[in-house]
Design a protein around this ligand. Structure first.
Ligand code: MLC
Ligand code: AMP
Length: 504
């Protein structure tokens, strides 16, 4: 049965004894062994009554088995919904409810905390641990290592990836088979990936970068991945000589540069370093070239759009820019007020259109209409400018967003939680420069009259509702928030006032 994404990424390797994953401890997994696990999982999910289009929410550790759940979902026509492992049960409850997921996979340690939630929303709950054990794996073990691939077309949904929302509620970006496949094909060609490549993979696999950019490209070309459970500087230093490529967020590169063991010798086998998900400082780009002789290739993407632009493989990789629109991507810089295109050199909002752009937000037609124009252009919320040579530079954001170590954090979500705390009248959450994470979260609180909120108690209290990486690294109290004549909080003024909180 035709299923373009499965056939192209996975099916082509069906009987291949080539290595797909290199794992810690010197272990490895061939394509065939990996696809066998995927087929067993697909068989189990089909027997559990899941049918094409059903959502499978997955909050499990980075492992070959979690990746096999992705393969299984594609093969069985199910919609893969990966979740950050740092999300609290409160946060997961929202995703389960909003997506109507029929199956939720978690690690054993989280089972009890989620049992009531999945029961409430009528979802099945199974476990899958970092070592591949768990009820889901046990139940799948007796299944055949082959599964009749469910027929799908390019316009069918393959994944639902939640992005934080400006109003505080996350939105599920609907990505079709064609969205994912077209982008992987373009990137493989542009970045010249082949079956000879060994990608050093230290990113999480619940986001576009580690899941689609890194993994889909490798699958497409039949390459290998050194699959690390997470970023670990020592492991990176050990494994770099075994790899030909690496993809990372800027924090990967600044941490490597901060370590004296990271020398040119370690990188002689590497042909390509890619950076994205957050701004790479031109300074980092230059230091990296000075240390290693490699110019990092910076590209620009989003959950909703996959990758939009890239610096060239062969041409000049220009520091501080995100390069040119990828083949097939229309990109324009528009006036935020009128939506009209602006000339080169002017700063405006970045809009993109192409086969990579998502179908809209899951069950949120109003939000979709606000950001996705009828003619197919998506308003990214990023501000940029195009130079005479066609290089795009991102100069800021038209959306109230913090990017910390490559994770997106929407201040509104944190402010809603802070506002509920004892003695808090109102709050403002901003991103301020941070030497390791690029930006970090600062919470500013205004107390109710005659009250003295206990900042330690607040920091402890919000831990149950917000993932650790979203929690303000510091809370401060101000007598009032600066506002403009319209009464809107002036975050720019706050960002200036607190700019050196983490850098002094
Ligand atoms: C971890 N912590 C963070 C954090 N990551 N805090 C703020 N921002 C982050 N990004 C906190 C933990 O909660 C913990 O807090 C402490 O830091 C140490 O945790 P850790 O797990 O040891 O952290 P570490 O491994 O050092 O992780 C840092 C990191 C990781 C940068 C390596 O965050 C990472 O892999 N980021 C990549 C994110 C990513 O893939 N983004 C792509 C999105 S897709 P405490 O207090 O408990 O010690 C996208 C589209 C596109 O944007 O264009 O690609
Ligand atoms: P996400 O919603 O997690 O997909 O994050 C997408 C956002 O990350 C974009 O809208 C940009 O603001 C930011 N981003 C991605 N790549 C880059 C980059 N190379 N430089 C600057 N910002 C980036």
């Amino acid at each position: 049965m035709p299923n373009p994404l499965y056939d192209t990424l996975f099916g082509q390797h069906r009987a291949s004894d080539a290595v797909f994953l290199h794992l810690p401890g010197g272990l490895s997994l061939t394509y065939e062994a990996f696809l066998d696990i995927g087929a067993q999982y697909a068989g189990l999910m089909a027997d559990m009554g899941l049918t094409a289009g059903d959502r499978v929410a997955v909050q499990t550790a980075k492992s070959p088995e979690t990746l096999a759940v992705y393969a299984a979902c594609v093969q069985a026509g199910l919609v893969f919904l990966p979740l950050n492992t740092a999300y609290t049960p409160d946060e997961v409850a929202y995703f389960v409810e909003n997506s109507g997921a029929r199956l939720v996979l978690v690690e054993c340690s989280k089972r009890n905390a989620l049992a009531a939630i999945t029961e409430r929303y009528g979802a099945k709950l199974e476990t899958l641990n970092a070592d591949g054990s768990g009820s889901f794996a046990d139940n799948a073990a007796p299944y055949l290592k082959s599964f009749e691939t469910v027929s799908r077309t390019g316009s069918d949904l393959a994944a639902l990836l939640y992005t934080s929302g400006t109003t505080g509620r996350s939105k599920g970006a609907m990505l079709t088979q064609s969205n994912l496949l077209s982008n992987a094909q373009v990137l493989q060609k542009e970045w010249r990936f082949t079956s000879q490549d060994v990608l050093l993979h230290a990113l999480p696999i619940f986001h576009t970068h580690g899941l689609f950019v890194a993994t889909n490209i490798t699958l497409l070309c039949g390459g290998q991945m050194i699959f690390l459970p997470k970023f670990d500087l020592d492991q990176l230093i050990t494994q770099l000589p075994n790899a030909t490529t690496m993809m990372g967020v800027p924090t990967f590169y600044t941490r490597l540069l901060g370590d004296a063991r990271f020398t040119k010798n370690l990188t002689t086998h590497i042909r390509l370093f890619v950076s994205g998900s957050a701004p790479l400082l031109a300074e980092t780009h230059i230091q990296f070239e000075e240390r290693t002789g490699h110019r990092i290739l910076e590209r620009y993407g989003m959950t909703e759009t996959n990758m939009n632009t890239s610096n060239p493989y062969a041409g000049e990789r220009r520091a501080g820019t995100v390069g040119f629109p990828l083949p097939g991507v229309d990109l324009k810089i528009t006036d935020p007020k009128t939506g009209k295109s602006l000339p080169n050199g002017d700063i405006g909002q970045i809009e993109v259109r192409g086969p990579n752009v998502f179908q809209g937000y899951w069950q949120m037609p109003d939000k979709t209409a606000e950001e996705l124009r009828a003619d197919g252009f998506f308003i990214t919320g990023d501000l940029g400018t195009m130079d005479e040579d066609g290089y795009l530079t991102i100069v800021g954001r038209n959306k109230d967003l913090i990017i910390s170590g490559g994770y997106n954090i929407y201040p509104k979500e944190i402010e809603l939680v802070l506002d509920e705390q004892d003695g808090v009248l109102e709050s403002a959450v901003i991103g301020v420069p941070h030497p390791d994470f690029g930006e970090s979260v600062l919470g500013i609180i205004v107390a109710m009259p005659d009250r003295q909120p206990d900042l330690n108690a607040i920091a402890a209290e919000i831990g149950s509702s917000l993932a650790r990486f979203k929690q303000p690294q510091r809370l401060v109290i101000l007598p009032e928030l600066p506002r403009n004549t319209m009464g809107k909080v002036q975050k720019k003024a706050l960002r200036e006032q607190f700019a050196d909180t983490f850098t002094k």
